[in-house]
Design a protein around this ligand. Structure first.
Ligand code: ATP
Length: 616
């Protein structure tokens, strides 16, 4: 698009003077291409499906049409108490809050205070009833929130969705995937059919035919790629480097220590790994003077979906407000939509298990034509196929190993003081060990769900390297490891030990927490008292059974119970039908008994000793 056609004056839609004023004060000299294409359509009478790269200004492209429509439809007068004019749905609380602040930054320039917005996100601080009361008191015209909370809210008797005339699904492909689509459909079914609908995302094609579930009417598709037809903006440098899993954390610290940045977002695969590594990194910072492993001036924050809403919002704000050397350790909760202008570096410790998320994560930097760098760690070996795989999706990644410490490879690094330090931190409190094991197991689970499963293969995974990255000295017992780890004995001390088992006495490995330690000692004493060999075997099995097997057993138990209940119901129905037929009764009873026998047999077969690892 030529620059002249991006002048606000050239827009084929006359904006309200106060909106023009707001745009000028916000310093938006030109429209972005997506704004130039979307505003006249959406503010006119068209439904839109907008597919535009990350950081290209989609929020303003739907906020301006909503504000314009409110004025044109005289919603301030026409929308009665209990009704609202527009609804914006977002997949995360953080994004919903951010959208609301963009709306408010426009409304600051409106001469009256009768256009208001309200945030609807789940929090412990106020209930839906509080949201409803506030809504009835404040009479906001625009609602912004997450699907679950919005659905609960609009089903309240006092809330009348009949006047809603505009609805926006931001990150629409995410809102239409399995985890949200049912709620979103239910919300849309409660809204009037005569409305304008807008779907926005940088990866909208992934929504496939689900976009038709949104009740679009003759939509216009607006697509804005970057200059070279790439799926990422041209201001964003996409790099990768090949690393050995066991040195990943050290490489990350090396980069954070050695390179200058304002804000850096580091993506971890799971919530538990964020808390685990955050804990260790905090320890390194507290001992910075002694160990000198992390720069004093780094400000480290952690954010993930298992934290309370208020704490999440506060962390994001602190990260935004810290101007230099600010590092956010996070998960995909902060992958989509989050707009923090000064983020100049994104690091992914592993590619995400959904390839669309790769673009969203990278897109937290290089926004609105600012320069940004996104670096992805790829495990040496099979994972290197990820690069050509992404090329096919119009995502070109360039290798850049210049930020790495070349000493940190399995070949070069003989004595690993960092690993020893990590290990001794874990050995200080058994809770840390439990945490490490859980994080490790969660990672394997995460890895096994990769959408590109031919590249991210459990069969060729470096389980020992990963265990070292988590500071573990013994592999947890998992079927995935037993099945896939070849030559375990050659590289370990046997029985899952990565270090010499003589050096760690598991019976003396204690919890700092008094209660936990008391229970551990009590269980240990009980175990020592058992002289009956069979019982001891059983208790040991219970204690050492692998984490994932425990879950599997629980799951299969529930499944079996459900199956039995269904069977019982079917038999009862059958009996009721054939009340007077003895032979049939006999046949059914036999069948029922057989089922019980088979179930007992199954239980018996399942009860072989599973493992001898002393983990969870
Ligand atoms: N016309 C404009 N000129 C300059 N900057 C703009 C303009 N419009 C929006 N921006 C800025 O661009 C940045 C990115 O905008 P926004 O968050 O809407 O992107 P997005 O396309 O929704 O990205 P994502 O797909 O990652 O959600 C914001 O900081 C916003 O203030």
């Amino acid at each position: 698009m030529p620059k002249s056609s991006l002048k606000w004056d050239s827009l084929k839609y006359e904006l309200q003077p106060w909106i023009k004023n707001a745009i000028e004060i916000m310093g938006f000299e030109h429209m972005t291409p997506v704004q130039a294409s979307t505003i006249p359509m959406f503010a006119g009478n068209k439904d839109v499906v907008v597919d535009s790269v990350t950081g290209s200004g989609k929020t303003v492209a739907f906020v301006i049409p909503i504000l314009e429509k409110i004025i044109h439809e005289n919603a301030i007068r026409n929308v009665k108490k209990g009704h609202f004019h527009s609804l914006i749905i977002s997949p995360t609380r953080e994004l919903a809050k951010q959208i609301q602040s963009v709306i408010n930054s426009f409304l600051e320039h409106y001469e009256h205070d009768n256009i208001k917005s309200q945030l609807l996100v789940g929090t412990n601080e106020h209930s839906i009833r509080d949201d409803v009361n506030r809504f009835l008191d404040d009479r906001p015209l625009i609602l912004v929130g997450t699907p679950g909370r919005i659905l609960d809210f609009i089903q309240f008797p006092n809330i009348k969705p009949q006047s809603c005339s505009m609805v926006v699904l931001d990150e629409a492909d995410r809102l239409l995937d399995v985890s949200f689509v049912a709620d979103v459909e239910n919300i849309l079914n409660l809204l009037p059919k005569q409305r304008r609908t807008g779907l926005f995302s940088a990866t909208i094609d992934s929504a496939g035919s689900n976009i038709f579930k949104t009740g679009l009417r003759n939509p216009v598709k607006i697509k804005v790629n970057s200059k070279n037809n790439q799926a990422a903006p041209s201001s964003l440098k996409l790099n990768y480097c090949v690393v050995d899993p066991e040195y990943k954390l050290q490489q990350l610290l090396h980069i954070l220590n050695k390179f200058k940045f304002k804000k850096c977002i580091v993506y971890f695969p799971t919530c538990i790994s964020v808390t685990f590594f955050y804990g260790f990194i905090q320890h390194l910072q507290n001992n910075q003077k002694k160990d000198n492993l992390i720069n004093e001036d780094l400000h480290i924050f952690s954010l993930h979906g298992k934290l309370q809403t208020t704490s999440r919002m506060k962390t994001l704000q602190s990260f935004t407000d810290t101007l230099n050397n600010s590092v956010l350790l996070t998960t995909d909760v902060a992958a989509r939509g989050i707009d923090i202008p000064d983020v100049d570096l994104v690091i992914q410790l592993d590619p995400p298990n959904d390839t669309d998320l790769f673009l969203h994560r990278c897109g937290r930097t290089g926004r609105a034509n600012r320069i940004g760098k996104a670096l992805t760690f790829i495990n040496r070996g099979r994972e290197e196929d990820f690069i050509p795989f992404m090329e096919v999706k119009n995502v070109n990644l360039e290798e850049d190993s210049t930020m790495l410490n070349p000493e940190l490879t399995t070949e070069n690094c003989k004595e690993d003081t960092f690993y020893n330090l990590f290990k001794s931190w874990i050995l200080h409190d058994r809770d840390r060990f439990d945490h490490a094991v859980k994080s490790y197991v969660a990672f394997i689970r995460y890895y096994s769900n990769h959408s590109a499963s031919s590249i991210f293969r459990l069969q060729s995974f470096d389980y020992i390297g990963l265990a070292k990255m988590f500071g573990l000295f013994r592999l947890p017992r998992m079927p995935e490891i037993t099945r896939n780890l070849k030559n375990a004995d050659a590289v370990t001390f046997g029985d899952g030990w990565i270090v010499d088992p003589q050096t760690i006495d598991m019976d003396k490995f204690h919890y700092l927490d008094e209660k936990k330690e008391k229970k551990r000692l009590h269980d240990l004493a009980n175990l020592q008292k058992i002289h009956d060999k069979k019982k001891l075997k059983f208790e040991l099995k219970k204690k050492n059974m692998s984490w994932s097997n425990k879950t599997d057993t629980k799951e299969s138990k529930t499944k079996r119970r459900e199956k039995m209940a269904l069977k019982r119901k079917a038999i009862e129905e059958e009996l009721a039908k054939n009340d007077d037929s003895d032979s049939d009764h006999e046949e059914v009873t036999t069948d029922w008994k057989e089922e019980i026998m088979a179930s007992k047999k199954r239980k018996h077969n399942d009860s072989g000793i599973q493992g001898s690892f002393d983990d969870l």
